[in-house]
Design a protein around this ligand. Structure first.
Ligand SMILES: Nc1ncnc2c1ncn2[C@@H]1O[C@H](COP(=O)(O)OP(=O)(O)OP(=O)(O)O)[C@@H](O)[C@H]1O
Ligand SMILES: [Mg+2]
Length: 232
């Protein structure tokens, strides 16, 4: 579904990704792993056109995305949930959700009822403004917003960072339900235990390069890899 090859990208004059390559099949949950500054966020941002790509290719369902603006990438069915959430603070929960569906210009099964079905807490909070939500509630809303755009591929940056263990377990269940509903997921996270429970495969990033890829089981049982690239 997504094939990234030889991606060279960065900010201004500084190159951060030095030839990143990986792929995601339809229906999978794939994790990008790696320490702080490894290039996980930059990779996700490059896929959706938010970072300048110098060289390389990002093909989504056989269409080249490099050079296309972020709104067009979104219309083609990729939703990106950044780690800082970017919800609209002055809009209510429900307005945030409705706007996302309207702005996406995409049709599909995800609407208010379905998102509230997945996140009953959001229904309770629907009249509150973004600023009145806790960090965990904002993460839920950001995910709900992304679903309202009816994506085929969901990119999640640090979905469980800063969440209490119980909330992490709930989110895992929610992500399984999203996957069951036919949405493919590419996520970036440093939480190995979470990734092991949720992801089929992963890629280990280090200094803007993919060091290895494989099942989460294989990656995390290799002590050398964990010590060298993943341990914090
Ligand atoms: N806006 C920016 N301008 C310049 N350099 C940046 C910018 N954002 C990130 N970088 C640099 O790019 C490199 C990769 O950062 P990136 O945020 O992609 O890493 P990450 O793997 O997501 O790390 P983290 O786990 O901290 O989120 C780092 O060296 C970082 O300093
Ligand atoms: Mg990051």
């Amino acid at each position: 579904m997504l094939t990234v090859e030889g991606l060279v990208a960065g900010y201004g004059g500084s190159v951060v990704l030095h030839g990143v390559g990986f792929s995601v099949q339809r229906g999978e949950v794939v994790a990008l792993l790696g320490r702080n500054g490894a290039g996980k966020t930059t990779t996700l941002r490059a896929v959706v056109g938010l970072v300048h790509v110098h060289r390389g290719s990002v093909r989504f369902r056989d269409v080249e995305l490099v050079g296309r603006p972020p709104f067009e990438v979104a219309r083609r069915g990729i939703a990106y949930v950044p780690d800082d959430r970017r919800i609209f603070p002055d809009l209510t929960v429900e307005e945030n959700l409705q706007l996302a569906r309207y702005a996406s210009g995409r049709e599909g099964p995800w609407d208010l009822e379905r998102v509230y079905g997945l996140f009953p807490a959001l229904r309770e909070l629907r009249h509150l403004r973004g600023t009145q939500l806790s960090g965990g509630q904002q993460k839920m809303l950001a995910l709900g917003r992304a679903l309202m755009s009816n994506p085929e591929l969901l990119l999640l940056d640090e979905p469980v960072e800063g969440l209490a263990p119980l909330v992490v377990r709930q989110l895992e269940q929610t992500l399984r339900e999203i996957r069951q509903a036919g949405v493919t997921i590419l996520l970036a996270d440093q939480n190995l235990r979470f990734c092991r429970r949720i992801a089929d495969r992963g890629y280990v990033l280090d200094k803007g390069t993919v060091r290895l890829g494989g099942t989460l089981q294989a990656i995390t049982s290799d002590e050398q890899t964990v010590r060298q690239y993943l341990a914090v």
